[in-house]
Design a binder for this molecule. Structure first.
Ligand SMILES: [Zn+2]
Length: 291
């Protein structure tokens, strides 16, 4: 049959395209993911960490399908942005970008999780450390959410680990999830900076848990792009430990690539950090508004 042949050819083409295409998955978060997966069987895991097939499927989804989705989602723009103005995903109803009704946040418990800290600085490049950018934006986000009436719980508020220093990465990530679960949080927002061996890559992207709704990630991603004008690398499902093990809506924001000199510079600027925080805030408000 023709159709069988066509399907085979298309699948081969997609595989080849993916292999030669730029890797979009975050270096630092991918490390979290792999180690999180490895430690899943020793740290409490509600999805039954011993199922080898589900783990394999999750890894395949992240490493292959995730990057494919990003390639089709405009990720290639990062390589040729000088010539081609980057496509910015239009928002359906975003006439006013900075003023949003924040009444919906009253009483909501929101966990803000600045990635890394202490002995684990995360990605380090272009004279900036991931942990510092993550914390600075997280503190600004905390301010905005608190002023809007939310109850914000930070996993850390200084340059330190969340689990006792010297704990394994599995214990560190588990400590962050435990804060969300013991507070019966309505939302978990993890904030990271990206890194890639290819310094020409830049842009913001937002991950959500594999198999769960992408709505929160889409709202936050779109709002970050609106506020910052960053390259839109889209949203993608992922099996990062903190996404896989939190029971409430959760996202992991990769604000930009510190391996790219320009984006590293921006992420150290107070005004740019404020724009990123405002974007995340607006996305969170839109998510609760449309629930
Ligand atoms: Zn990170």
């Amino acid at each position: 049959m023709y159709s069988k042949k066509i399907v085979t050819i298309v699948m081969l083409a997609v595989l080849v395209f993916n292999v030669i295409g730029p890797v979009q998955i975050s270096h630092a978060a991918a490390l979290d993911n792999v180690i999180g997966t490895l430690t899943a069987s020793t740290v409490s895991s509600p999805d039954g960490g011993s199922n080898v097939f589900s783990k394999l499927f999750s890894l395949l989804f992240d490493k292959i399908l995730g990057p494919i989705l990003n390639i089709f989602g405009g990720g290639k723009a990062a390589n040729s942005q000088a010539e081609n103005p980057v496509k910015v995903t239009p928002l359906p109803s975003d006439g006013n970008t900075s003023i949003v009704d924040s009444g919906v946040l009253r009483g909501k418990v929101i966990i803000v999780d600045p990635g890394h800290g202490g002995s684990n600085p995360g990605a380090v490049a272009n004279n900036t450390r991931e942990t510092d950018n993550n914390l600075a934006v997280s503190l600004k986000l905390k301010d905005k959410l608190t002023k809007a009436g939310a109850k914000v719980v930070m996993t850390r508020e200084s340059d330190r680990t969340v689990a006792p220093e010297g704990s394994s990465l599995g214990q560190e990530l588990s400590a962050r999830v435990n804060i969300a679960e013991t507070n019966n949080a309505d939302m978990f927002v993890s904030i990271h900076s990206n890194s890639n061996p290819d310094p020409s890559l830049y842009g913001a992207m937002t991950f959500y848990p594999s198999g769960k709704a992408s709505k929160l990630a889409l709202e936050v991603q779109n709002s970050i792009i609106t506020q910052t004008g960053a390259v839109d690398k889209g949203t993608s499902p992922a099996t990062f430990y903190v996404l896989r093990n939190t029971s409430m809506p959760s996202i992991l924001v990769e604000m930009g690539f510190i391996s790219n000199a320009d984006e590293a510079k921006k992420l150290q600027e107070d005004s740019y950090r404020n724009k990123v925080a405002q974007g995340i805030f607006n996305g969170v408000v839109k998510y609760f508004t449309n629930q």
